[in-house]
Design a protein. Structure first.
Length: 685
């Protein structure tokens, strides 16, 4: 009997632990802990005498075992192990992580990494996952031509060919222009894509035939270095979406003498604008701003040459006559391309003293103004995002408080945070430099180099703060979810559990992307989604460096996404005190955001399905698997996949596919833990 039972205070689970300690002590020493002839004497021994050690009677007993038994025999019930399961886990050679969890303690990173979880796979399971990845990737590639924007829009000419054509146009219409620096890329006309939402049944046909279509090749030249000193705009709720140093059609703003040329994918001229003195940027509608073409001597205006470059037949154009504006004459024609007579076009030419100022071809139903609506759209997604941003401010304050507490108590994993931040700084720094446009000026290039380093260090410091502030909480609440992650970050790259989680992560990502692509193939009447607006895939079409940049930048953000998602689950668990309600709450938050951007019942069901899969990976497999899943999904969705290997961009997509499949092969080999790849050797008896 425990001391509290002898004094009449009542029994508890810790009273049973005391009894267990008595039994274990007697088993190892062959003697009872307390020998008494009466109950009064026994009570006195319990109250005044400490239990004897085991070293004199059982010298071969592990000292750790002796300390554990003496803990079980502590007079104070609160100082004993909480249950027999804790005692079992605390035995020498037992699972220390399990013991810490049951005792309510925060296990150290070393204890998490030393968990008894093995994680190696049988050859049959490993081969099944690897072959599934190969099949799913093949299915995704086969569907890509029907669901991706670059697969639906004809792209007969490579950016190199379009670049050469743009330079020829500049030499023809501005032969005297001084070109010190140039930049180019491919952009998406989001306004055009929004018009297709109203007629989804005709989407594929219009994407293949409309001119101008949704994709435009832009080229800009300048007499001065083109330096993108500000961040490219991006969604503030998407981590890392803002990138410094990336030159676009409007960043940096055009200066006097800059020339802009926009072509359709076939090389037809859509826009030619030369910025005059005193203008900050080209006008959205030529002729409405004061482009001073006389300041730049040019050949006299030749409409036939412009129509030829634009692929227009003069016989199909009807002049609306000249219109006198503050900056000169504006000539307007209406007509259509010969191959798409059903879609009317408006051709606007701005002149100054008889010289070409600007030339634009646009659909007749387009209104003057920016491609993005200036009005706000108050949708479920908008309000959800605003709510998340508001809580994000509170979250930052809580994060700093957690960092201070964990550093003071010593629970923060400083070594892991340093390695995580160092990886983020190096990978993001290299990726940002691949994306950036470095000008020919040595000083400007040096400044831009430092700017990309600064942004990489900024995110690395943020990642370190998150790691120190959030990781100890996750380590205490759900240490099993961090075992493979902790082993990876400690350098155990050949650990079977690491290999298993990497292979599982790639497999789930391949499944999710296949589901998304299959959903896009569905007809609109069945809930099919519109063409995928993969802006990264479009960027990869213009630059071969975009894919390597994404391969370097995305892992750090994927890891932060996994850590934040698990933290969200822990917060919900603390609120609801039930695992099922915590899972349902987290699932509902992300489902609300995802459902706000889909159309149709089938599309909504597919969106919920793939998100449910991601949540399962996070809670059942762990942070590392979730990180690999998010990383692989991001890369696969934004690859310019092609079923026709003769397409000029097929090689760029192959690089990303090889990296993702290479991750699966790495996980496959490591997860086998040295076992034969094909199971038991044939000669085994």
């Amino acid at each position: 009997m425990a001391p509290e039972q002898l004094t009449g205070e009542g029994a508890s689970l810790r009273s049973d632990v005391y009894a267990l300690g008595l039994v274990l002590h007697e088993m190892l020493t062959g003697k009872r802990v307390f020998e008494a002839k009466s109950l009064t004497e026994l009570r006195a021994l319990h109250a005044d005498t400490k239990p004897p050690g085991l070293s004199s009677s059982a010298p071969d007993v592990d000292p750790a075992f002796e300390r554990l038994i003496l803990r079980c025999l502590d007079r104070n019930p609160n100082d004993r192990p909480a249950s027999a399961r804790v005692v079992l886990a605390s035995l020498p050679g037992g699972d220390q992580l399990e013991a810490a969890m049951l005792a309510g303690e925060t296990p150290s990173p070393e204890m998490v990494a030393a968990s008894s979880v093995v994680g190696d796979l049988s050859a049959r399971k490993a081969w099944a996952l690897l072959l599934f990845v190969a099949a799913a990737l093949a299915g995704t590639v086969s569907l890509s031509g029907r669901v991706s924007l670059h697969g639906l829009v004809p792209l007969p000419r490579s950016p190199e060919v379009l670049l050469d054509r743009a330079r020829q146009i500049v030499e023809r219409f501005a032969p005297e222009a001084t070109v010190t620096d140039r930049a180019w890329g491919i952009e998406v006309d989001q306004r055009y894509l929004r018009t297709l939402q109203a007629a989804p049944r005709d989407r594929d046909v219009r994407l293949r035939t409309d001119h101008p279509g949704p994709l435009r090749f832009w080229y800009r030249s300048s007499a001065e270095p083109i330096v993108a000193r500000t961040w490219v705009r991006g969604e503030p709720w998407v981590l890392g979406s803002r990138t410094v140093g990336r030159a676009t059609r409007t960043e940096p703003p055009p200066r006097s003498g800059d020339i802009e040329v926009v072509l359709d994918p076939s090389g037809r001229l859509i826009r030619f604008v030369r910025t005059g003195p005193g203008e900050d940027e080209p006008s959205g509608d030529p002729g409405s701003a004061g482009t001073d073409a006389a300041a730049f001597p040019q050949p006299a205006f030749d409409p036939g040459a412009l129509f030829e470059q634009a692929g227009l037949d003069p016989s199909r154009l009807v002049s609306e006559g000249p219109q006198l504006g503050p900056a000169g004459d504006t000539l307007v024609w209406r007509g259509a391309f010969a191959d798409t007579p059903a879609r009317p076009l408006r051709v606007v030419v701005a002149l100054y003293e008889g010289h070409l100022s600007s030339f634009v071809v646009k659909p007749a139903d387009h209104v003057v103004g920016a491609d993005v609506s200036s009005g706000e759209t108050f949708s479920v997604l908008t309000w959800t995002i605003r709510l998340m941003l508001m809580w994000g401010v509170v979250g930052f304050l809580v994060l700093f408080a957690l960092v201070a507490r964990n550093l003071r108590s010593g629970r923060g994993d400083r070594r892991g945070a340093f390695r995580f931040a160092l990886f983020g700084a190096l990978s993001a720094g290299a990726g940002l430099k691949l994306e950036a446009h470095f000008p020919p000026s040595l000083i400007d290039a040096h400044d831009l180099w430092l700017a990309t380093d600064a942004q990489a260090i900024y995110w690395a410091v943020f990642g370190a703060l998150v790691y120190i502030g959030v990781e100890p909480i996750l380590r205490k609440a759900l240490p099993r979810a961090l075992v493979s992650w902790t082993r990876l970050i400690s350098g155990r790259l050949r650990d079977p559990l690491v290999g298993r989680d990497v292979l599982v992560g790639v497999s789930v990502a391949a499944l999710v992307v296949l589901i998304r692509f299959a959903g896009a193939v569905l007809p609109p009447s069945a809930g099919g989604v519109p063409a995928l607006r993969n802006t990264w895939a479009i960027s990869a079409l213009a630059s071969p460096w975009q894919i390597p940049a994404a391969l370097l930048i995305v892992p750090f953000y994927a890891a932060l996404t996994a850590l934040f998602s698990l933290a969200g689950y822990v917060v919900n668990l603390a609120i609801f005190r039930r695992r099922d309600l915590a899972v349902l709450s987290l699932w509902g938050i992300f489902a609300m955001v995802s459902l706000a951007r889909v159309q149709g019942i089938a599309g909504a069901l597919l969106e919920l399905l793939w998100f449910t899969i991601l949540l399962w990976v996070l809670l059942q497999v762990g942070v590392l698997a979730m990180t690999v899943t998010v990383y692989s999904i991001t890369i696969l969705i934004h690859l310019p996949l092609a079923t026709d290997l003769s397409m000029w961009y097929a090689g760029r997509a192959a690089v990303g596919l090889l990296v993702i499949f290479g991750l699966a092969v790495y996980g496959f080999v490591i997860a086998l833990a040295g076992k034969p790849m094909f199971g038991r050797p044939v000669l085994d008896v």
